[in-house]
Design a protein around this ligand. Structure first.
Ligand SMILES: O=C(O)CCC(=O)C(=O)O
Length: 295
């Protein structure tokens, strides 16, 4: 182990998540928050979401509302450097091994007063791979308490089946808790001071409520896989070529021999008409667990 204790390793294996309070240094978080201002300005000129920025449904160019910065590591060195730092990668190496590849990155803004909810889901439903040594690193850029839309997880669900994320025969990226036999009271909120880093297994059920508070909740996510996990055909993962795939290596080496494991898979197809972000995909979900913003 590079940085985690065996108790932390055991907790992750058992529960499917781990929280490292205040793990990322203040100065790094300050740089991230500063960088975000550029994207807020860019959002102000936009009519609609594009391949860089995802906008709240209530956005207008004169009342800009940025919901997500897409692939922040590709748009800014601040987010690329943090992604490649040992602060991020050492705990991931401890959990899923030395050879790591970026799956994707995003920064969910969840702004004070109206930031969108994310319905309950397993990331694995979006991108099944040949093995499930895949996790999401979440770094909170503000203090997160129970009221500003913390991410919530269902402990142990990484060992469960892959739940049904379809609605009316189309992939909707969200589950219905009741029909999956999950009780909302069992969900654990991942709260903590700014700089807190969480790690959750790709199969762990998670979601987050709308932000009704007066405090922002910005969550930077790096989704990372073992380098020998290859996406299954039909997954929402880009696989343009081996060369491009290997450009996403974060440490260690790539391989052309995927590790094949007996993992439950349900292909996220057919896709909804608009699938540019999880928010668009989940617009097709049936019973929403969380309210929509009214402000
Ligand atoms: O922002 C959140 O609280 C949840 C994010 C998430 O699960 C996702 O974007 O896949």
């Amino acid at each position: 182990m590079e940085v985690l204790t065996s108790a932390q390793y055991g907790f992750y294996q058992e529960s499917g998540f781990l929280v490292l309070p205040g793990h990322i240094p203040e100065a790094t978080i300050d740089r991230c928050v500063c960088e975000i201002e550029k994207f807020r300005l860019e959002a102000a000129g936009l009519e609609r979401s594009n391949d860089r920025l995802d906008l709240e449904d209530s956005h207008s160019p004169d009342k800009p509302r940025l919901r997500r910065i897409k692939l922040p590591h590709a748009l800014s060195d601040v987010f690329a450097d943090l992604m490649r730092s040992d602060a991020v990668l050492a705990p991931v190496r401890d959990l899923i091994g030395p050879d790591l590849r970026l799956h994707t990155s995003k920064l969910n803004m969840k702004s004070a007063g109206y930031g969108s909810a994310v319905e309950w889901h397993q990331d694995w439903a979006f991108y099944p791979h040949t093995n499930d040594h895949i996790l999401a690193v979440g770094i909170v850029l503000n203090d997160v308490g129970p009221d500003n839309g913390p991410m919530m997880v269902f402990p142990g669900t990484h060992k469960a089946e892959i739940f049904d994320h379809h609605n009316n025969g189309v992939f909707a990226g969200a589950i219905d808790l009741q029909s999956c036999g999950l009780n909302p009271d069992d969900a654990v909120a991942l709260t903590g001071p700014r700089g807190t880093m969480s790690l959750h297994h790709a199969r762990t059920v998670h979601g987050s409520d709308l932000n009704r508070s007066d405090t922002d909740r910005m969550l930077l996510l790096y989704e990372i896989s073992a380098a020998d996990a290859f996406p299954v055909a039909g997954a929402m993962s880009k696989w343009p070529s081996l060369e491009e795939y290997d450009k996403k290596l974060l440490c260690g080496s790539g391989t052309i021999t995927p590790r094949l494991e007996n993992v439950p898979v349900r292909i996220p197809q057919p896709q909804p008409e608009s699938a540019g972000s999880i928010y668009e995909v989940q617009a097709n979900a049936g019973n929403a667990a969380f309210a929509k913003a009214t402000r």
